[in-house]
Design a binder for this molecule. Structure first.
Ligand code: SF4
Length: 299
């Protein structure tokens, strides 16, 4: 369900397909990551209380009892002040008696602007799940793609979410460091995952989107992407170096539309099986003669 009538794109995680998408901002306050074109050309804007209340009232009149999950859009709703978010979460509880969970995307800088106490207050008010595009744990890579934080800060952001008792879904991007940075990206990302111990981990493959700086760098010959097999070898390096304690049940998925092969399991329980499957996929994909067989937008 989506009730904002403003004509700019709306993005949400696949797992929020049945949620009420409540837009509280438009665009992304950061909007500088070189691989991302999601909100290019969309001036960042915080919606007014009236605009937010109007969407809630429409959702209420449309399906009051059916709203169990709410996703706060757009790109980084956590940029709002804690007080404002608490007011929104409180209003959602008033409107929707069967509400079970509120979630949103969260950029690392926005997480770090919240104190640990703020994060606990938000969780207690109903914000139970954050989707965090960490992309890499490697400072060199994060700087190159203009993520706005270095490796240690990206780990600190993830830890802050977990320590507040929220669920944390982390996305990493295979191939984001190109050929030259692949090994460093793999090792530092594995280290970050091991330290953060996220609830969910998704590995996407890099896509070079039209209008992104990274695609322009590729076209100028400044960025050298990994082959499909190289992406799988990188995933293998990440998984073999992820070191999670036995009590962790991190749900691992690599089944995004960008992926050349799909994998699913729990970490650390299924680590050895996943390593075998990823190695087999790498060997198959190494045989490919052309790279852009799956998606025109890729390279
Ligand atoms: S990746 Fe996320 S934080 Fe970066 S520009 Fe895109 S929406 Fe904003």
């Amino acid at each position: 369900m989506f009730f904002d009538d403003y004509d700019t794109p709306v993005f949400r995680p696949p797992s929020e397909a049945n949620s009420f998408i409540l837009r509280v901002t438009r665009g992304c306050a950061h909007n500088k990551c070189t691989y991302c074109n999601m909100y290019r050309g969309v001036p960042f804007q915080v919606l007014t209380d009236e605009e937010i209340a109007r969407q809630m009232a429409l959702a209420y009149s449309y399906n009051r009892d059916g709203v169990r999950r709410v996703f706060l859009a757009d790109g980084d709703a956590l940029v709002l002040s804690t007080e404002r978010l608490l007011r929104i979460l409180h209003a959602l509880k008033q409107y929707f008696p069967h509400l079970q969970r509120v979630s949103s995307y969260a950029a690392p800088k926005d997480i770090l602007r919240k104190s640990p106490e703020d994060m606990i207050k938000l969780r207690e008010a109903g914000l139970k799940l954050l989707y965090y595009g960490m992309e890499s744990g490697d400072s060199v890579t994060l700087k190159a793609v203009n993520k706005g934080v270095d490796g240690p800060r990206s780990i600190e952001a993830g830890r802050r979410v977990v320590e507040a008792g929220m669920k944390l879904s982390i996305m990493i991007i295979l191939g984001i460091a190109g050929v030259e940075g692949s090994e460093r990206h793999a090792l530092e990302t594995a280290k970050a995952i091991s330290e953060i111990q996220p609830t969910m981990l998704s590995a996407l493959c890099l896509m070079l989107y039209r209008g992104s700086e990274l695609k322009e760098q590729f076209e100028r010959g400044e960025f050298h992407p990994l082959s499909p097999g190289g992406l799988m070898h990188e995933l293998h390096r990440i998984l073999e170096n992820v070191d999670l304690p036995e009590h962790c049940h991190t749900i691992f998925r690599s089944n995004h539309v960008s992926n050349y092969a799909n994998f699913a399991g729990n970490l650390p329980k299924d680590k050895q099986r996943l390593l075998v499957e990823v190695q087999m996929a790498a060997e198959e994909l190494d045989k490919l003669k052309t790279w852009d067989v799956y998606n025109d937008d890729r390279y």
